[in-house]
Every structure is written in C-alpha cells, then in structure tokens.
Design a protein around this ligand. Structure first.
Ligand code: DTR
Length: 337
C-alpha cells in the first residue's frame, strides 16, 4: 500500500520537480571578437553565473557577431533572436537619450570609475529607453584617445583627417576640426587597412586586441569621453526565469560593471606596452592651451545633450550634476594610492 502511494506520488510530483531543476540554457550574443574586452567580460559573467547557480544555468556565448551584430543587437534581443546581448549605446544615436550622458567628455580617467557611475545613474533613473528589456549590467570603455597613421602633435595637424569613431565621439572629432567617419568597431580594421580612415578615436587597448598598432603607431593623448555599453536580456525570457536565478543575475549587475572597468583599465596599460615594444609606438601630449581650447570647443556638445534629453522628458541637468558628483566620488575612490 505504502509502496503504491509512493509510486503515485512520484508519478504525479516527480516529473514536475525534475522539470523545474532542468538546465536552463541561455544564448548570449556579442558583436566584437572573443579577445576584446566586451567579449572577455561576457566569458567572466558566464563563468560566474554557471558557478553561482550550481550549473543550473548554462550560457552559450556567441562572440564576433556570430549570432547578432553591432547594428542589430538591441532589436535582436527584443525580438528574441538571442536571449542576452551586449550593445554599445553609441552605435544607435538618439535611442538612449539618458545613458548617452556617459558619452559626454566630462573627464573620467578610468573605465572603473565611469562604469560605476553609469551603473548608479541607471539604477537611480531607471530610464524608459531600456523598458523593453531587462538590463543585466553596464560598463564603459576607458577614455578615448587618438590613434593615427601619421603623427598628430597639434590640433593643426589634426585638421581634415578622416578618423573613425561613433556616436558623440564623432561629434567631438568634428568639433576639433577632423572629419569623423562613424562605424561600429568590427568594421574598423578593414577601413584602416584600405586607408578609408587615417586613424581612430577609442580606448587604447585596441592597439593590441585588434593589432591596430600595426596601422596606427602614433597616439595623441586626449583622455576624452568613454563609450557606454549595456548587457540586456529579452523580457519574456527574464520573466520565465525562476526567482532564485533572477536574484543571482541581479546580484551580479554592479559587481560585473566594476570587474569589467578594472579589467579594461589594466588592459589599456598592457596594450600601450605592447604597441611600444612591437611597433615603436609613440604618444604625444598637446599643450595646456590646446587642451583648454578643446574643452571650449566640446562645450556645445554637452549643451546639446541637455536640450535633447529635456526634449525626451528627462531631468537633464540633474542627471548631469549627478554624473559629475559620481565622477568625483569614484575617481578618488578608485585612484591608486
Ligand atoms: N571605443 C568604442 C568602444 C570600444 C572600445 N574597445 C572596444 C573593443 C571592441 C568593441 C568596442 C570597443 C568603440 O570604438 O566602439
């Protein structure tokens, strides 16, 4: 009798509990190659998630645009072609009126400080621009500098040069007299090789990760804006996850932002070394007057962001003021002793 009861119980409840403990597989799309920082952070996140859910969640990663590319990442995740995707806000100007504040040249010196500030701002304002997805983490690149085929030792030498960037970074280049050519990072190697552009404006780790040092052995230090990124998940997929799994992913959000920023900053230093050792790379500073002039020239870009954000119903001045105080706070918190 007892045995029969147990059998009935197993048949009724057994399959259910087994089903709920089934492995959950999630696809994670990324646009740049596996060795670049957005994909390195993806692998670290995968490892942590698999570990912290005791293998219950398995992440299948797709770097290098093998599932979704730079231009269709956001749409692809919203539509469910990938469960998770990493996107760069600067590749879709106008789509992210709030978090694009991180693209402004406000003087961050590290990716770790900028990533922490971005995450805090996102949490505070919960902007509508991400309503269609679940945001898992955010981070930024390190500050952008100029990498060129020929030496650029002054703003004069910069005039008329075709330089690759994207989003607000392109506007910064134009305001300084260069000719910006906008395209996502994965399209840049070909543009450089074919001579369509004479250089690029980005964080310097790409000297090593894309071996751009071979084409652009000259760097001009501008320590300008950073590029913000978001890792987003399809809403329905998120809603289908057990609460315990959601908690693990939510707890990783800020930690992953800081991890990525720290990795990025250290990687930039390595890349500068690499470029010097292998390509005799040379870097230049401008004069204090020229740096002051740059600040003056980029000011209208900040004013335009305020206008555009206000048009989108955002408390733009408050967001910018918060960004500046977060910058001051995290820059000193993370500065090396
Ligand atoms: N500078 C931005 C972001 C960026 C920096 N390093 C990488 C590597 C791979 C992809 C994007 C980025 C950009 O130029 O897109």
């Amino acid at each position: 009798m007892m045995k029969k009861l147990l059998l009935v119980l197993f048949l009724v409840f057994g399959p259910c509990s087994l089903a709920s403990a089934e492995t959950i597989r999630l696809s994670y799309a990324n646009f740049p190659p596996a060795n670049t920082f957005p994909s390195v952070q993806m692998e670290r996140w995968k490892e942590e998630v698999e570990l912290r859910t005791n293998g219950r969640v398995k992440i299948d990663t797709y770097p290098g645009g093998s599932l979704l590319g730079a231009r269709n990442m956001f749409r692809g995740v919203i539509q469910g072609q990938a469960d998770i995707g990493n996107l760069s806000m600067s590749y879709q100007p106008g789509v992210f009126p709030m978090t694009s504040v991180l693209e402004l040249p406000v003087g961050f010196t590290s990716a770790k400080a900028a990533s922490a500030a971005l995450w805090d701002l996102y949490e505070k304002y919960q902007p509508r621009e991400f309503d269609q997805v679940k945001v898992l983490t955010m981070f930024t690149s390190a500050p952008s500098n100029l990498m060129t085929r020929q030496p650029v030792r002054s703003l004069d030498e910069f005039r008329g040069l075709e330089i690759r960037a994207s989003g607000t970074a392109s506007r910064i280049l134009d305001s300084l007299g260069a000719v910006s050519v906008s395209m996502p990072m994965p399209e840049t190697p070909e543009a450089l090789q074919r001579g369509m552009v004479k250089g690029l404006f980005s964080s310097l780790e790409v000297l090593m990760d894309f071996n751009f040092a071979a084409y652009t052995p000259y760097q001009t230090m501008l320590n300008s804006q950073v590029y913000p990124f978001a890792v987003v998940m399809n809403r329905n997929k998120w809603n289908s996850l057990p609460r315990e799994v959601q908690i693990v992913l939510e707890e990783l959000g800020r930690e992953q932002a800081l991890w990525t920023g720290e990795y990025m900053d250290a990687h930039v230093d390595k890349a500068i070394e690499y470029a010097r050792e292998n390509y005799d790379a040379q870097s230049f500073e401008l004069t204090p007057d020229e740096y002051a002039l740059i600040e003056e020239r980029v000011r209208p870009i900040i004013d335009d962001w305020i206008k555009e954000a206000e048009r989108n119903g955002l408390p733009a001045r408050e967001i910018l003021a918060d960004l500046e105080s977060l910058r001051d706070y995290y820059e000193s918190e993370f500065s090396s002793p």
